[in-house]
Design a protein around this ligand. Structure first.
Ligand code: UDP
Ligand code: MG
Length: 313
């Protein structure tokens, strides 16, 4: 099978018929063998009924229904697990992403050999409250991830080699950082393609302003987990030891000034409290690192590595 199109959706009943027939048209025109995996993320409207009806007409349309709303990341993850195509393309269900991009994305993965191609909504049809924070968010993500050639990390339209989606795990609200997760897993041939973006035709956006707060917190955890998740002691231990010895030095200095130079009133000096504080904080950081290390040791994925190929095995 050439292509799996994974579509996470929440209450998008009006868009689905148009979206699916558009995808079908593009696929038949280019003679791709394909499947569409619609993941209904706990819709309260008739989205699931629409999917049922459409899948009767076209056996390439497959559906997975969540019993309740788990979020876009969960929907993508389940779609990734089910996908069988050589190239996996994700797309929002709200018709903001155009299926006409599929052939070019497919070519970039199969011919140009990219691991991941991310859409770039070069000209956006979204309100300014969304576009300005998004710029900041993308700049921060570029900076910490080192993926400097992406303008738009969170575009719903992306294409992947199959092995990429099979080796990464998306959860929580980590769908915003799939390129970062992919890079940590060793898939670093990442590029972008400027894509057409439409205004939302039906329904309304499912994410409010909290997306930016959550987004930045997630960015911090993902960076931390990526760098130190398997070796927490290296960061906490280093900081802890530095802080601890800094405090010791201060106290040695104070002791010398008192015993040798006879300065009185050591406990009234601000630096005395700084010395005590950094020793305590240092010891705590060290313990945090040690506990983190014990937890990492017991983590179910402690020996989970992203394997490229194997020979004779
Ligand atoms: N979506 C989802 N689960 C959620 C929220 C959103 O599956 O909890 C889907 C939604 O139906 C759409 C896609 O994720 O297909 C992107 O959502 P939306 O268009 O609301 O986001 P925006 O374009 O405003 O960033
Ligand atoms: Mg949208």
């Amino acid at each position: 099978m050439n292509i799996s199109v994974v579509i996470p959706l929440l209450n998008e009943e009006e868009s689905l018929p148009e979206l699916f027939s558009w995808i079908e048209k593009v696929m038949t025109e280019h003679q791709f063998s394909y499947e569409v995996i619609a993941v209904d993320d706990g819709s309260k409207d008739d989205s699931w009924k629409v999917i049922q009806a459409l899948s009767k007409q076209n056996p390439n349309i497959k559906g997975i229904q969540f019993q309740r709303n788990y979020g876009k990341s969960a929907a993508l993850q389940v779609g990734f697990e089910a996908a069988q195509g050589d190239v996996v393309i994700t797309m929002d269900a709200d018709l903001q992403d155009s299926p006409d991009e599929i052939p070019e994305l497919y070519k970039m993965i199969t011919v140009d050999g990219y691991h991941l191609v991310s859409g770039w909504k070069k000209k956006r049809y979204d309100p300014i409250t969304k576009t300005v924070p998004t710029k900041l968010f993308n700049a921060a993500t570029r900076y910490v991830s080192g993926i400097n050639n992406l303008h738009d990390f969170n575009c719903g339209l992306k294409a992947y080699q199959k092995k990429v989606v099979k080796s990464i795990e998306v959860y929580g609200e980590m769908h915003r950082y799939i390129p970062v997760i992919a890079k940590w897993a060793g898939f670093d041939k990442i590029t972008e393609k400027a894509v057409q973006h439409q205004e939302r035709k039906y329904g309304k956006t499912k994410f409010g302003l909290e997306r930016f707060v959550n987004g930045f917190l997630d960015l911090m955890s993902i960076t931390f987990v990526g760098r130190y998740g398997k070796r927490p002691m290296h960061i906490f231990g280093t900081l802890g030891v530095l802080s601890f010895f800094f405090g010791i030095l201060i106290l040695i200095y104070l002791t010398i000034t008192k015993t040798i130079f006879g300065v009185v009133g050591m406990t009234n000096r601000p630096i005395f409290y700084l010395g005590i504080l950094t020793i305590i904080v240092g010891a705590q950081l060290f313990v945090a690192g040690f506990l983190g290390e014990l937890i990492a040791r017991n983590g179910a994925d402690r020996n989970h590595y992203s394997i490229g190929e194997k020979i004779n095995l």
